[in-house]
Design a protein around this ligand. Structure first.
Ligand SMILES: Cc1cc2nc3c(=O)[nH]c(=O)nc-3n(C[C@H](O)[C@H](O)[C@H](O)COP(=O)(O)OP(=O)(O)OC[C@H]3O[C@@H](n4cnc5c(N)ncnc54)[C@H](O)[C@@H]3O)c2cc1C
Length: 360
């Protein structure tokens, strides 16, 4: 143990400070409390905060990263941890409906061989099994069964509720952090209060780059939320999430599960942004691009309920998510990447291990 005031001395655990109550921060807090540590969660908004990137109806979890054995192994571990967390949080937040990805037919053998070697069960499905969707010409789908949809808003609410009921957790909404001192293992709130811990995680989503000096690229993406009409609804009843769609193969859909809407977007409407304020930007042209992308076979069979822009960051060098250790005590989710929701249990496990180390 460090012996600093306010540490876990005398409790057998470490004192953990988490900046940001999105999925990364909340799951880290849950894992640390489960492991016997004391946790303070600071967020500039409510907990959960509707402005968080994580605050959406759903996110997709897939395990197969073709060609990347290590990423596939990691996401397999994340999948298993989500299954274990469900009863802990008591929220029914992971629907294992599977994920289908469209691949050119000439690559199917390579993809299924990789999946078999990596221990990921897959099956090939023809576009005819999902006739409501526009697969690119010359492709078929590869369906992963150990994958599906995480009910994002439900996860956040359940984790916040679980933490609020634990004496070892202190939730502090409306506590914006203005500065992080990596050397001292402390953060300073906008009001001047200093909060220190044996372990500090900065997980402020796309706003992390405002607090730590590690570069990340900010992206903005438009998503369209649809309600299938009566003619389409039955096709979606047990549908998986699907990627690689549309004429250019860059679009994806998240199915309407557990009362959520159908969500449609595409890498083609993901662009770099200067800041997270999309308020002045007209989303209509981006929504039109999605409508014209050939994602749905019968676009008229759906009602547009909402169009929304959302932000995430990628690592400047490696291009994906990144968890950086800035000092022995301070960690930062400097980039949350395109799979940052599904991989949050992995960050949580790393921080719980760091807290254990700090408590020895
Ligand atoms: C369009 C889109 C689609 C996506 N699809 C997927 C997907 O299918 N699967 C997947 O796994 N991931 C997906 N992601 C990525 C995923 O949503 C994010 O990586 C993840 O939600 C990030 O969570 P977080 O907790 O790190 O950050 P956030 O959820 O953004 O939480 C950060 C929190 O920090 C708070 N905060 C900010 N600044 C401060 C401050 N100074 N002081 C205190 N608190 C602060 C905020 O209020 C917020 O509550 C997608 C992202 C986008 C944009």
């Amino acid at each position: 143990m460090t012996g600093r005031p306010g540490t876990g001395v005398g409790t057998g655990g470490a004192r953990v400070v988490v900046v940001g109550a999105g999925v990364t921060g909340l799951l880290t807090a849950v894992e640390c409390v489960l492991a016997g540590h004391r946790v303070t969660v600071l967020d500039r908004g409510a907990i959960p905060d509707p402005a968080a990137t994580s605050h959406d109806q759903h996110r997709t979890l897939r395990t197969l990263a073709v060609g990347d054995v290590e990423a596939t192994r990691r996401m397999g571990a994340a999948h298993r941890r989500w299954l274990e967390l469900e009863p802990v949080l008591g929220a029914g937040c992971y629907r294992q409906v599977g994920v289908v990805t469209a691949w050119p037919r000439e690559r199917l053998a390579e993809v299924t061989r990789f999946a078999a070697a990596a221990g990921v069960p897959v099956e090939t499905v023809g576009p005819g099994t999902l006739p409501q969707l526009g697969f690119p010409a010359g492709t078929a789908g590869v369906r992963e069964s150990r994958a599906g949809v995480l009910l994002a808003g439900r996860v956040l609410r359940a984790a916040a509720r679980w933490l609020a009921a634990r004496p070892a957790a202190a939730l502090r909404p409306y506590s914006p952090v203005a500065a992080v001192d990596a050397d001292a293992g402390k953060v300073t709130l906008a009001g001047g209060e200093v909060v220190g811990g044996d372990v500090v995680l900065v997980a402020a989503g796309p706003w992390t780059r405002e607090l730590v000096d590690l570069p990340a690229v900010l992206h903005r993406q438009t998503m369209v939320y649809l309600r299938p009409g009566r003619g389409q609804a039955r096709r979606w009843r047990h549908a998986p999430a699907v990627g690689g769609l549309g004429a250019d193969g860059r679009a994806w859909v998240v199915p309407p599960v557990a009362g959520t809407l159908l969500k449609v977007s595409s890498d083609a409407v993901c662009r770099e942004a200067a800041d997270t304020d999309a308020g002045a930007e007209d989303q209509a042209p981006w929504a039109e691009r999605l409508a014209d992308a050939g994602i749905l076979r019968d676009p008229a069979g759906y009602q547009v309920v909402a169009v929304r822009a959302c932000h995430y960051t990628t690592d400047t060098a490696a291009g994906g998510a990144r968890l950086a250790r800035m000092s022995p005590a301070v960690w930062a989710r400097t980039a949350c990447g395109g799979s940052g929701f599904a991989s949050a249990p992995l960050v949580a496990a790393t921080l719980a291990a760091a807290a254990k180390e700090a408590a020895i």
